[in-house]
Design a protein around this ligand. Structure first.
Ligand code: UGA
Length: 438
């Protein structure tokens, strides 16, 4: 049965939620305070880069299951039976999640509501937030407002697949009637449901991202060790990942995780732990390892080119991972200033990353312009375009040692070296060169 759903916030999570629920047949209103964004979305143009989203947007608008609005005239007429909050919770300078947008929306919804509804929290909020929002804003509202914590597990670039083929749906609620409504909302999605209390659902979100970050930092530590002892991280990752208890995913070593989620959520979880009097030692190390990992290319390039002020360096990739234009917490943003500090001339190329200003670096429109006259190149993002480069042409385009620092362990090391370039990576020092199927 189609439900009336309102999604507040048309950022990444909100927009994906809106178009997917509309595709499932629900009657969805996506609300945002940004009028320009709302107009653009209503005309069928996506405000984010995500494979498949424009098609679902067009479909929803055409069938009338998806409309867009601003809350200019108050919330009363916008509130749906289910109202999903999907506004941002960016990182505050102290590492905590900034909940001001979440609080403002919940307060406004509670003040304007004139009929009961269920509020669904999809923004990533620290443990305990649901309880405090209910106490502070919902308990005194004129009507009953149910509360459900329903964290999202969407990867950028694969969000639609992650929505419709999710590994699980997590629902944290205190009331059976809210849970029943949520089951109806997701009736067409086949996935195990974890029905629990609000605090546990909130914890599942942070624990999932912290665990995946831990896996990455762990494999990066092993990769660093491989370089010391002359072992091959590709074989090691494969060898441990085949153990089903460990699993193959998230064992790609490199210059560490970035993006809008892992860095923010690990720091927020550390902050919550500290605030509650607990020292989450393991998590602190995960964060520290990730920070250090970003410095690896700089460390190695400085060793090879101590007179860095004489050299041009190409940065290949600015997005925090391939298939997204998102540059938030991209390792490139930490690497570039370290290089410019030493006087290096930097040219950055990325096929689609957002056009942001990176101080001290020039952005160029194709990979060859970035590589021209460069003594070293750092692969920051594993775009397919970099994996399939013509290495002989790269050698002709670059000068001096022609260092290729493969920050994502994504290149064919043998092909790079065969072209006469100097290959560096993370944990591939002792790589197997013959007959190895890593
Ligand atoms: C991540 C989670 O995967 C989603 O489940 C979660 O919903 C989302 O955060 C969120 O909290 O909203 P996302 O940030 O889009 O999704 O990206 P991932 O594909 O998970 O990659 C995160 C970072 O880890 C990237 O910088 C990637 O390069 C890095 N990574 C990933 C590695 O360094 N090694 C790996 O083996 C895997």
């Amino acid at each position: 049965m189609p439900l009336s759903v309102t999604v507040v916030g048309t950022g990444y999570v909100g927009l994906v939620t809106g178009v997917c629920l509309a595709h499932s047949g629900h009657k969805v209103t996506c609300v945002d305070i940004d009028r320009a964004k709302v107009d653009m979305l209503a005309s069928g143009t996506s405000t984010i880069y995500e494979p498949g989203i424009e098609e679902l947007l067009a479909e929803g608008i055409k069938t009338g299951t998806l409309v867009f609005a601003t809350p200019e005239k108050g919330w009363r007429d916008l509130i749906g039976d289910i109202t999903v909050v999907a506004v941002g919770t960016p990182m505050s300078p102290n590492g905590a999640a900034d909940l001001s947008a979440v609080r403002a929306v919940v307060e406004a919804l509670a003040a304007d509501a004139d009929r009961p509804f269920t509020l669904v929290m999809k923004s990533t909020v620290p443990m305990g937030t649901g309880a405090s929002l209910r106490q502070r804003y919902l308990a005194d509202a004129d009507v009953r407002i149910g509360y459900v914590s329903n964290p999202e597990f969407l990867r950028e670039g694969k969000a639609l697949e992650d929505w419709f083929k999710t590994d699980r749906i997590v629902l944290g609620a205190e009331d059976e009637s809210d849970l029943a409504l949520m089951r109806a909302l997701y009736a067409d999605i086949e996935a195990p449901m974890v029905e629990t209390d609000v605090a546990s659902a909130e914890t599942i979100k942070y624990a999932s991202n912290a665990f995946l970050s831990t896996k990455i930092s762990f494999i990066n530590e092993i990769a660093n060790l491989c370089d010391y002892i002359g072992a091959d991280i590709d074989s090691v990752s494969r060898g441990i990942g085949l153990d089903r208890r460990i699993g193959k995913e998230f064992l790609n070593a490199g210059i560490g995780y970035g993006g809008s989620c892992f860095p923010k959520d690990t720091r927020a979880l550390d902050f919550i732990a500290t605030l509650n009097g607990y020292q989450f030692t393991l998590l602190k190390s995960v964060i520290e390892v990730n920070t250090r990992q970003r410095m690896l290319p700089v460390f190695h390039i400085l060793k090879a080119l101590p007179d860095l002020y004489e050299h041009s360096i190409a940065i290949l990739g600015l997005a925090f991972k391939p298939d997204t234009d998102d540059v938030r917490e991209s390792p490139a943003l930490d690497i570039v200033p370290l290089l410019t500090e030493h006087g290096a001339r930097i040219r950055i190329y990325d096929p689609i990353a957002a056009d942001i200003d990176v101080p001290g670096a020039a952005r160029v429109d194709d990979v060859w312009a970035a590589l021209k006259g460069a003594s070293a190149a750092i692969v920051v993002t594993e775009w397919a375009e970099f994996v399939t480069l013509d290495w002989a042409r790269v050698r002709e385009t670059m000068i001096g040692p022609g260092i290729i620092f493969d920050g994502r362990n994504c290149l064919d090391a043998t092909a790079v070296e065969a072209a006469g370039l100097t290959y560096m990576a993370v944990g591939r020092e002792g790589r197997h060169r013959v007959g190895e199927t890593a």
